[in-house]
Each structure stands twice: as C-alpha cells, then as structure tokens.
Design a protein around this ligand. Structure first.
Ligand SMILES: Cc1ncc(COP(=O)(O)O)c(C=O)c1O
Length: 407
C-alpha cells in the first residue's frame, strides 16, 4: 500500500476542523461526543465558518469596485437555523429555484427583495405563486416563461438566464456542466436571445438582469476558461439596453482531495473586474456549495468491521441516500475517524446500510484503526447532502445541528 504522509492525509485540517488529543473537533466540539448524543446519523455545521466564507466573498467582490450582491443558493442546504443564521449576518440574500424555496426563505425572515429566483421548466402554478411576490427578482430561463410571466405581471422587471454554450465543472466532469457543446435545458441561447428580448418587450417586461450559471465546482486552474465564458456572457449584457445587473451564478469549487487547492478569490475577482469593471453593472453571484459545503460534516456510526475475502469492510449506519454526490456525480468522499486510535493505517472499504450495490462510501481508503461503535465524519457534507437526501429503504432519518464555536 502506498504510504501517506501526514500533510497529505490531513490536507483538510484547518483551525476549526482537526484532531485535538486524537478526537476530531469541529468549531471546538468533539464530533464523537456530539454524535453519541444525537444517537443516529447527524449533520453538524459550523456557523462561524459560514460567516467567514460569506465575508471573504463580499471582500473579494468589493475589490472589483463594482456594486455587488451575494445570493446564497439555498438548494445546497435549506436547514432553517442555517438559513436564519445567514440572514442575521446580513451578508447574503437567497437564490431560490422553486416557489416553495421562495416561501421557505420568506419564512426564515428574508425579504422578497433579497430573493433571486431562477428555475427551469416553470409551471403556470409556479408563476401564479411568484406573481403574488412582486419584490422577488425573477430570472426567466425560457421564452415560454417570459411569455407566461408577462401575461401575469406586465411591466415587471425581469432577468434573463442565458446559455453561453460553454461550461465547466470540477475535474472537467461533464455531469457537473450546465452548458457546453451538448445542448442543455438551461437558459436562452444566443440564437434565441433577440426573440427573448422581443417577447419581453411585447409584454411590457423590462430586462434588468443577465444571469448565467454554467457549472459546478470550478477551481483556480479553470479561471482562464471561466474568463472566456464571462467574455461571451458580457456580449449578452452589451446587447440588453435596460440591463443594470449581471448574475454570474454559483459553481465556485472547493478542494475535495489533497491535490486540490482552494479557489483563489483574488484571481477570481480580478477576472470579474476585467470583464465587467468597464461596464459598470452591479455584479451578483449565487454560490451554494462554496458557502456551505466545507462548513459541514455527516457523522455516521460504525456497526460492522469485517473482512470479506480480500476486503476489509467497515459498515456504517447511513447510506448514499444521505449524501448522494459521491455516487451521483463521482465526487471524491473524505471519511475521517472521529477518534484516532493508535496503530497503523489500514486500507478499508466503507459501506452504507442501503441494499444497493452502489452504496459504497469509499473503497480502499487508508484510515487509522476502527472498531464497531466508533464514528466516522464524512467531510464536505454541508452542501447537497441533507438537501438531496431521500428515504430510500426507509433509512432517511438524520439530525442536523448548527454549531457555534466553543473554546
Ligand atoms: C441557477 C443556479 N444558481 C446557483 C447554483 C448553485 O451552485 P453551487 O452550489 O455549485 O454554487 C445552482 C446549482 O445548481 C444553480 O442551478
């Protein structure tokens, strides 16, 4: 087995996440102790990490010299205390992708004017609900939506979600691209843009915003590609007479493995400044993952330690239905024992409790020794885990807790 040095093995350590006396801590709390108290699968999120990420994002945007706004994409994590916390920071509004999300955000204390709505395959029933919330910033992603919204709300300011025909995603993973060579369902293509503007005009709608979201998880090495996409999108902005604002979507990536480096926000904001600085528009972004993913962990309990043929299996009390990204998108998964026991690391395969062959968390990962009843924290579980979970096999129960720092 290849040897792994400490800096590689613990690449994810940071001041609020790491071992203290061989117990894994998040925000000053022992995760094993929290998990024991929870008594079953549990997600823990560090509130201060969220605030720090939002602050860093706002600072980076401020460095462009442009007016700016952040809308947190609540599809990544809609745990009500987490949304309430984000609201109290005053650093971000909400990106909602369904009328239900809009209503939930309102219930968590956000104002209509702080909610940006961008969705796909929007029904008349959806539009009827949105029509009752005149302050919500709606971005239409099809000509059909423009027409049907116009019939309900003539004169309303709208945004257009455009599709530049170029996309990018973590590790160049095609499943994470929302635009590209292959035609996708998202947004209005260049060849339909004039008709989109005309349809809006016909219904007295004013196009104030250009919106795009082209993929998920891009890192620093992909910024040149992202800049080319921004250049194309800026062309749409230039062709929109009443435009006031451009929304660059989400998709900012985080490290998933030791060799990934955090997204360089300075370089990221420099790209924005180069492309939109001269245009003097307001710049908005709507990341979900980048804000919440690394603030959260999913803690599961080991119930089985057993060798089957040539494989050492570790069975845990939660399956892929609680965090689908590793199986659905092939994103790397980082399991970390909550208590580091003495002894050599051992390559183990971690299996969930769902009766599906694909329910494997990680294969042949080198971990410190584990025993039955121990706990494992799965990192980067703050985004698209609880929010996408299902009750498959009726094993969908979990708890969630927002942690505040403890010394
Ligand atoms: C329109 C839109 N905006 C923002 C996001 C958030 O993306 P991320 O969480 O990768 O930042 C998504 C994700 O699907 C999206 O579809």
């Amino acid at each position: 087995m290849p040897t792994v040095n400490d800096s590689q093995a613990f690449w994810w350590q940071r001041p609020d996440l790491g071992y203290v006396n061989d117990e894994l801590h998040l925000a000053g709390h022992s995760l094993a102790a929290l998990a024991r108290a929870a008594g079953g699968p549990a997600f823990f999120y560090n509130a201060e990490r969220l605030r720090a990420k939002l602050g860093a994002l706002r600072d980076a945007l401020a460095s462009t010299g442009l007016r700016n706004r952040v809308f947190y994409a609540m599809k990544a994590n809609r745990f009500a205390p987490l949304l309430g916390f984000i609201r109290t920071t005053g650093l971000a509004g909400i990106d909602a992708c369904s009328p239900q999300e809009v209503q939930f955000a309102l219930g968590c204390g956000f104002d209509e004017e702080d909610i940006s709505f961008t969705a796909t395959s929007v029904s008349n029933a959806d539009l009827d609900i949105l029509a009752r919330h005149p302050g919500v910033l709606i971005n239409c992603d099809s000509l059909s939506t423009i027409r049907r919204l116009g019939e309900r709300c003539p004169g309303r300011d709208i945004g257009l979600r455009i599709n530049p025909g170029m996309g990018l995603g973590y590790g160049d993973n095609d499943k994470l691209k929302y635009a590209g060579a292959k035609t996708t369902k998202f947004g209005i293509y260049r060849e339909h843009f004039a008709e989109a503007l005309a349809t809006a005009r016909e219904h007295g709608l004013k196009v104030r915003r250009i919106h795009f979201h082209v993929g998920i998880g891009y890192l620093t090495g992909q910024l040149p590609e992202w800049e080319k996409i921004l250049e194309v999108c800026a062309g749409f902005v230039d062709d929109t007479p009443d435009v006031q604002s451009v929304n660059l979507g989400g998709g900012l990536g985080l490290p998933h493995v030791a060799t990934d480096k955090p997204l360089d926000l300075k370089a990221w904001s420099a790209v924005i400044k180069r492309r939109f600085g001269p245009r003097k528009v307001e710049v908005c972004v709507e990341p979900g993952d980048w804000i919440v993913k690394d603030s959260g962990v999913l803690v599961l309990q080991v119930n089985t330690v057993e060798r089957k043929r040539d494989t050492d299996f570790i069975g845990v009390d939660g399956g892929f239905n609680l965090a689908v990204e590793p199986t659905a998108y092939g994103l790397p998964c980082e399991p970390v024992p909550c208590v580091r026991r003495p002894g050599n690391t051992q390559a183990v395969t971690i299996a969930g409790n769902i009766n599906e062959a694909l329910d494997i968390w990680a294969r042949d990962v080198p971990l410190s020794p584990l025993r039955e009843d121990d706990y494992i924290a799965f990192l980067n579980a703050g985004g698209y885990a609880s929010a996408m979970s299902s009750n498959h096999c009726m094993r969908g129960q979990f708890q969630e807790r927002l942690l505040y720092p403890r010394d």
